[in-house]
Design a protein around this ligand. Structure first.
Ligand code: URA
Length: 319
């Protein structure tokens, strides 16, 4: 096997695969572990390898990597009932069914539950998707949640300060009550962790289940102007705004990586040991944790070649 270069221009193998729009970074890691990826003729199954495009010969399933595709970014209003995956083994409708006329292979950025609606980004920019969803970059997502019952203020406060779930205490969140009526409470909740089913689990943990959930914003982008099932391409300034939310601009990607690492280490960030708040039923007292701030971070826009981006809003196709 030819020696694999390890210069400053070399990048991790999974990152290169994701940047080609072949898969998300996590999927690329699975491919590597499964022995589907070769570098300079040898199968690689470890994740740490750095490669240099143009110098190292990279193959997936025996096929060489081709030129990087142009990155494309779309914002979809995911309706309820669709699963956030490219292909569902159970045959349920997927978000990809809603964007069938986009010829590029794009992937959902993170996940919304089948029963959750709202803003979902789709892209073939695996690196950007990774940074948008990894908790270390702390990109904020805002939800409108309708909760069963008249949620008392101490419980609202617990949402802001941290709720104990089986995978640990949630990080401090921004929360406000939008409406209390008809035996239900509507809240606006901004979180930056992206744990699985986080908002619904928070509702269950405090004894006020979430009965309707909509993601209304992701970083600087909002869902306004789109109807369920419709999607549109992001404007260049929106892509830049996503990058800026991550503290990144072209040319300072390394800086953003450093910021991301600091975010992990900073006191009071995700991963800090639970000190206080506990699950509680309606009306139960909830202990407080000190207020903590959130950071943002992600993304790089790489240019390439490929298909022309769409313009205008698209509606869901029938049938
Ligand atoms: N939290 C949830 O509970 N569900 C989602 O889909 C997103 C966040």
């Amino acid at each position: 096997m030819k020696e694999v270069l390890s210069t400053t221009t070399a990048e991790r193998l999974q990152k290169v695969l994701a940047a080609h729009g072949l898969a998300s970074r996590r999927e690329a890691e699975d491919w590597i572990r499964a022995g589907r990826v070769q570098v300079n003729g040898a199968v690689v199954t470890e994740l740490g390898l750095r490669v240099e495009e143009g110098k190292d010969m990279i193959q997936v399933d025996g096929k060489p990597l081709t030129v990087r595709e142009r990155h494309q970014y779309f914002l979809l209003y995911k309706p309820r009932g669709f699963v956030t995956t490219r292909k569902d083994p159970e045959g349920r409708p997927t978000v990809i069914d809603l964007v069938k006329d986009i010829p590029t292979r794009i992937y959902p950025v993170g996940r919304l539950d089948q029963d959750t609606e709202g803003l979902l980004l789709l892209t073939n920019d695996g690196e950007l998707a990774y940074r948008l969803t990894h908790p270390k970059y702390g990109v904020e997502k805002t939800y409108h949640a309708r909760m069963r019952g008249n949620v008392p203020d101490p419980v609202i406060k617990a949402f802001a300060e941290g709720v104990m779930l089986e995978d640990g205490l949630t990080a401090p969140a921004k929360v406000k009550v939008l409406e209390r009526e008809g035996g239900a409470t509507r809240i606006e909740l901004t979180i930056h962790e992206g744990r699985n089913r986080q908002v619904r689990r928070m509702g269950d943990a405090v004894g006020y289940p979430v009965v309707h959930l909509t993601r209304v914003s992701f970083g600087p982008l909002t869902i306004s102007g789109l109807k369920p099932g419709a999607y549109r391409p992001l404007k260049p300034q929106e892509v830049r705004a996503l990058q800026a939310a991550a503290g990144i601009t072209k040319g300072n990607k390394k800086q953003a990586d450093i910021k991301g690492k600091e975010a992990i280490k900073a006191p009071g960030k995700t991963g800090e040991k639970n000190k206080l708040a506990k699950p509680a039923g309606p009306g139960k007292g909830l202990t407080s944790v000190p207020g903590r701030k959130t950071d943002g971070g992600f993304g790089s826009d790489k240019t390439g070649f490929g298909k022309r981006p769409h313009s205008g809003v698209h509606r869901q196709r029938k049938g």
